[in-house]
Design a protein around this ligand. Structure first.
Ligand SMILES: [Zn+2]
Length: 103
């Protein structure tokens, strides 16, 4: 239960009655505090913004690989157990096709 420090039914010049926007209790406006989300709240309902709201992911550095074999020219070929040549992976002349997989 929030504690009110002053009588809320007494006139204080320059001050006015207002409701806490969280608990709904009546306070003098000078007793309410603006919170990080813009609400005017009593002291019991005031809370700091969570630190994880300020967390930023590290900036992504270069993700490209430094070098690559062009056109898959290093693709493995050979013969099967009967001596028949095995075509390169993907069925192309040279090089593996890592694209669609519908060859
Ligand atoms: Zn409150």
């Amino acid at each position: 239960m929030p504690r009110r420090r002053r009588n809320q039914n007494t006139l204080y010049l320059g001050d006015w009655n207002s409701l806490c926007q969280v608990c709904g209790m009546k306070y003098k406006a000078s007793d309410l505090i603006r919170r990080w989300d813009g609400l005017y709240v009593c002291q019991a309902d005031w809370e700091p913004r969570h630190p994880s709201d300020f967390f930023r992911t590290p900036r992504v550095v270069e993700q490209a690989i430094p070098w690559n074999s062009p056109d898959g020219s290093m693709a493995q070929t050979g013969t099967d157990i009967n001596g028949n040549p095995i075509p390169p992976l993907g069925g192309g002349a040279f090089g593996a096709d890592f694209g669609s997989g519908f060859d």
